[in-house]
Design a protein around this ligand. Structure first.
Ligand code: G3I
Length: 348
């Protein structure tokens, strides 16, 4: 049977996965490595390129796992999405504590950010296809205050100007990498979901950055969906992509998974419980993929992990428990989502 990557190639689309470096290196789990190499044409480090991983101690970089992924990609003819340069999560303690105790002031914080972006982009220069330069900078409609705003550590300490700065520093360090803004809840437009407002906010942000000549090349739509929420349709998703494209930007789905709530205590093998969720999950994967296939500037479609054996969802959503978010089950059996994506790639 043909792989997802072979089928996607006929469309000029790259199909990807986030990679858990511990799983990739585990000799007791060889199937993970096999499928990561054979089914996908682009890879993203799930955690290995985040600041706390790369610079756990100030001034001492630990490139090992991230370099391993880049080498894995080279061996398998894959492109790499770099994730992530500027984010408010998974920052090293020396940085957040230094700001909290006042030993790092605003001017120094800005220099630290500039040096980090420069050092990381330079280190991987020529080997990263798309960089997530800034991640999740915008609040959600259900946050407080509900008026959409720039949120998180960087906006609080530097003001929103850090966004343009980060893109400029990244461009200077590797002029050929495509520079992305990446976020969630911007998957659709015109759905009536309150997330429409966030899609619009990010659209206006991107328009403003473009108008000011800030070097942004694309917008990444994460695609963390859940079957318990209202489902988008393909036209609403395509509409969001097309509006970004109208600004002269590339787009990509960068972190797709579709989780489900599980009734506590229900066995994994209970098909009456599981099957409707698997079907709903597959339908959502398909909605995003078909929209991406319909839009020429949608460069890549990356899954946030490909197997329920290694997925952030059960760790993150415990009460009520959620899971079943990926395309393969815990024993690497392809699920309905996998078949559905294949069908989309064959028949689109
Ligand atoms: O590194 C420690 C390890 O030493 C320890 O043994 C282990 C025990 O829990 O924890 C490890 O750290 C965890 C890390 O993943 C690596 O497994 C953290 O606790 C855990 O919080 C972290 O979660 C990651 C999460 O980002 C944190 O922000 C998930 O794996 C990762 O999938 C998730 O990815 C994000 C994207 O970067 C941005 N968009 C949303 C997406 C999902 O949250």
């Amino acid at each position: 049977a043909q792989s997802l990557r072979a089928l996607a190639q006929r469309h000029g689309l790259y199909i990807g996965t986030a990679v858990d470096m511990d799983a990739l290196a585990d000799p007791a789990d060889p199937r993970y490595r096999e499928l990561a190499g054979s089914e996908f044409s682009t890879v993203t480090a799930e955690n290995a390129m985040k600041w706390e991983s790369l610079e756990p101690t100030r001034g001492t970089y630990n490139w090992g796992p991230a370099d391993e992924l880049v080498e894995f990609a080279r061996q398998h003819g894959q492109r790499v999405r770099g994730h992530v340069l500027v984010w408010h999560n998974q920052l090293p303690a020396w940085l957040t504590e230094g700001v909290a105790d006042g030993s790092i002031d605003k001017a120094e914080l800005r220099r630290i950010l500039r040096d980090h972006v420069t050092a990381v982009v330079r280190h991987f220069k020529g080997r990263i296809w798309q960089w997530d330069v800034v991640n999740e900078a915008v609040s959600d409609p259900w946050d407080t205050p509900s008026t959409l705003h720039y949120k998180g550590f960087w906006a609080e300490h530097l003001g929103p100007g850090y966004i343009a700065d980060a893109f400029r520093w990244a461009r200077a360090a590797d002029p050929k990498a495509l520079l992305f803004y990446n976020d969630y809840n911007i998957e659709a437009f015109g759905s009536g979901n309150p997330a429409d407002d966030k899609t619009q906010f990010v659209y206006e942000m991107a328009r403003d950055l473009r108008a000011r000549g800030v070097p942004i090349d694309g917008v990444g739509s994460q695609g963390h969906l859940g079957t318990q929420y209202g489902n988008y349709d393909t036209l609403q998703v395509a509409a969001a992509l097309r509006r970004f494209a109208g600004l002269g930007l590339a787009t990509a789905f960068t972190e797709v998974d579709v989780r489900s709530q599980l009734t506590p205590g229900v066995q994994a093998g209970d098909s009456a419980e599981i099957n409707p969720r698997l079907q709903a999950s597959a339908a959502n994967f398909s909605t995003l993929l078909r929209a991406c296939l319909a839009e020429r500037h949608c460069l890549s479609f990356t899954l946030w992990g490909f197997t329920d054996r290694h997925s952030w969802v059960p760790d993150w959503f415990e009460n009520p428990p959620e899971g079943l978010a990926t395309a393969y089950d815990e024993d690497y059996r392809p699920k309905r989502a996998y078949q559905e994506m294949k069908a989309d790639l064959i028949f689109s």
